[in-house]
Design a protein around this ligand. Sequence first.
Ligand code: GLY
Ligand code: MN
Length: 431
Amino acid sequence: MSECEGQQHAHLDTLMQGYSEALAAHGVDGVLLYSGHPARHFGDDQHASFAAYGHFVHWTGQAQLARSWLLVRPGKPPTLYFHAPADFWHLPARLPEEPWVDRFRVEARETSAPPALPPGRFAVLGDVSDGVAQAMGAEANPPGLVAALNELRVSKSDYEVSCLRRANRRAMAGHRAARRVFEGGGAELDIQLAYLGGARQRESELPYPNIVGLNAHGGVLHYQHYDTVAPEKRRSLLLDAGVRHRGYCADITRTWSGPDSAGEFTPLIEGVTSLQQRLIADLAPGVDFAALHRRMHEGLAALLVEQRLVNASTEAVLESGLTRVFCPHGLGHLLGVQVHDVAGLVDANGQPLQPPVEHPALRLTRELMAGMVVTIEPGLYVIPMLLAPHRHRAEVNWKRVERLADHGGIRIEDNVLVTAAGPDVLTPKET
Ligand code: GLY
Ligand code: MN
């Protein structure tokens, strides 16, 4: 058995142990997880792309397996009701020939209807209505149980870390290929296609739609188009692109200067990169992520002053809230079988939390624990609609800001495992 297979067996053992405790604590005999199904376009016979429910993927790694069910009961092998209808229009889904499959009782089925439940108290989790669950004599998505199972996804097993590391390697191969096409003058679509080729993943299987922003598009945080024509001037590329490997997600961002970039832009990229490295160095069990996010704002304030985008003291810039105008998103988030993984915003009792009022986009406010995998992604952008209400501020060097507007913005993002021995950066160094 390979090291990965051995790790996967240990992962499944840990998962069964965690589920057994959570199910007992919530007074249920078992849980039925529904993988989900793709949405059909209204009035059409075509479907949107699909990702299976995170808890289903946590067990199976099968992020594309739709209309399937997994019954988990303590002390019994999980039963995978696997949707594989005889179909000459499509190739029926198949499970890989891997040792983990032997840990499951597998029942191939023609129907996507839920399986009959054995006698007992059950919860059904996933994209199911209360009515469907009630018809089965079960409860749909009880919040306390869902929160307890979410918690099992927070600290990653060795197997999960291996998958995340592997996803990062593949994503970096994509980034390298994409960068070459940017340097060769390609359009956003060319860069995206090169990325997919380098990462060896089709678009519908990615963990999120890649963000390929040339010039001002880099300042649109989740820019969603791929222009087919290259711009005349090549000032910048912001590429935020990931990969799914055995269900696990990479989420990496790089920003590059082009041949037509203003002189101010490259030093700013270097400044954000150096800030990102300092923030990564601070990652350790017990660190409050919201405090680290505030440290990012301190670093951004210092950078704005140092690069003469704002003529004021670092303290005054921080106090004025201007750093939140230049960086309106959070420092990072948990990463796993979902790119923005669950349970980033819960208190010590597992109750949902709101992000801090001043930082509404922060997706992780917990104290860090060994085994968490987080993204660290400071950014600095020129976003006209956010800057507009601040035009009266005399301390802002508007000429410099305007020179940068055509470059959009900068984000540098790596994926990092928190350990007691220090941060373990899963993202390869090159490029
Ligand atoms: N990669 C996109 C995000 O983290 O929002
Ligand atoms: Mn991210």
